[in-house]
Design a protein around this ligand. Structure first.
Ligand code: HGY
Ligand code: MN
Ligand code: MN
Length: 417
């Protein structure tokens, strides 16, 4: 039996499933989901578990200045640029057990199978857990992969703080201090190819009764933070005509933004997921409101024109308050190269698994790796397309099929000189 088939046949559905459940214990929420924030104590424990699982396979762990975690499976040619796969292990506060985790655990399962089959590819293979993909504790998300690509500046990123005033710098230092045996490596290195396995986080595969998605690309996304500044005053005595009510102004601004971004075919995705009112006291006129804007569209031109209209609209509806808008990220739509999509599709056809090609409406670290090396993604279904929700769920056999396709794809790419 050819070595590649050996590898595929060594993939274990039970081991892959049980590792998802074990990893999900770290940061488990009472509602059955996971809250494992970027660079948190929970993520430190999750990293230690991954390194522990990789140790019997001889995987060598590395980390870099932003805390990206890599586990290296040596190939025949130590100097050749490696093939990399992975995703993230940080989650949303009410996250699920599979978003991100599947991509890292499928990569680990692939290396278990390669080790069992004594498969030693030309190129080394590395699995990666990128730092802060979700962007819920520190904004914006995808910090680790954006820095790896060189799209963000390390110093300014390290200064970003969470709501408790803890900086990325302090948090990365705490993570690295907790893992003295993990060697440091510089930020960024040549990669031959990157393939990320992920749950779809949408309903299409399930509706079309397909198991594997060959991902065609990722829609564009712009992230803003808006601050509306008014004046605190007494709720009983201050005349409304003289008030500088930051919440009233924010409501006007948000109504205008919803009108701007409403479209009949529901392609524009506009979300205000975070809103903070200060001093947030029932009898005080709000003086300060912070809110987030997450804007997405598959057409980069439309994304540009809608995003560019936001500052003027905020200005127009601010009333007697001041408003500041800060854009944190602006990433265009992208299409993955056919060369990678063709390899994934060949492997899926060879395994005779029901598949289809589809775009990703969700963002992924693969978006940044796309500018570093030939990149692609493999999707598996999740129930009802539900994600960023504790109820997120998948079938063990779908994860198993996804891991098999990933193993076949990475093995092919890593064996190319
Ligand atoms: O927001 C996203 O698209 C990703 O799931 N973090
Ligand atoms: Mn994800
Ligand atoms: Mn996510």
């Amino acid at each position: 039996m050819p070595l590649l088939e050996n590898v595929i046949n060594e993939i274990s559905q039970e081991r892959l499933w049980s590792r998802h459940l074990q990893l999900a214990e770290i940061g488990a929420t009472p509602g059955g989901g996971v809250n494992r924030q970027a660079l948190s104590r929970e993520e430190i424990s999750a990293r230690q578990l991954l390194v522990q699982w990789g140790s019997p396979l001889g995987l060598v762990p590395y980390s870099d200045d932003i805390g990206n975690l890599f586990l290296r499976y040596p190939g025949k040619d130590a100097d050749a640029a490696p093939v990399v796969t992975g995703s993230h292990i940080d989650t949303q506060p009410t996250g699920g057990r599979f978003d991100g985790s599947f991509g890292v655990l499928a990569g680990l399962e692939m290396l278990e199978a390669m080790h069992a089959a004594q498969f030693k590819p030309e190129r080394s293979i590395e699995i990666v857990a990128w730092t802060n993909e979700e962007g819920s504790r520190f904004a914006p998300g995808m910090m680790g992969s954006a820095l790896f690509r060189g799209q963000r500046d390390l110093e300014s990123t390290l200064q970003v703080e969470d709501l408790a005033g803890i900086s990325v710098r302090e948090s990365v230092a705490a993570v690295r201090a907790a893992e003295p045996d993990i060697a440091s490596r510089s930020l960024g290195f040549p990669i031959a190819a990157y393939v990320e396995a992920h749950i779809e986080q949408g309903p299409i595969l399930e509706m079309q009764r397909k198991i594997i998605g060959v991902v065609s690309g990722i829609q564009g996304k712009r992230v803003f933070r808006v601050t509306v500044e008014g004046e605190e005053n007494h709720a009983g005595t201050s005349p409304r005509a003289l008030r500088k009510d930051a919440l009233v102004a924010s409501v006007d601004i948000l109504s205008a933004l919803h009108a701007l971004t409403h479209d009949p075919d529901d392609t524009v995705k506009f979300t205000v997921g975070f809103l903070e009112v200060s001093p947030n006291a029932p009898s005080v006129v709000p003086s300060l409101v912070h809110f987030s804007i997450d804007l997405r569209h598959p057409d980069t031109e439309i994304l540009s024109s809608l995003g560019d209209a936001i500052p003027a609209l905020c200005e127009e509806h601010r009333g007697p308050c001041n408003v500041q808008i800060k854009e944190l990220s602006n990433d265009p739509s992208l299409e993955f190269p056919a060369a990678i999509r063709d390899v994934i599709r060949d492997v899926v056809v060879g395994l005779d698994i029901a598949h289809m090609e589809l775009p990703s409406a969700a963002g992924h670290d693969a978006r940044h790796l796309h500018y570093v090396c030939p990149t692609g993604m493999i999707f598996v279904p999740c129930a009802g397309g539900i994600s960023h929700n504790e109820a997120e769920s998948c079938k063990a056999e779908d994860l198993f099929n996804g891991a098999q396709v990933l193993a076949g794809t990475i093995a092919r790419l890593a064996d190319q000189a």
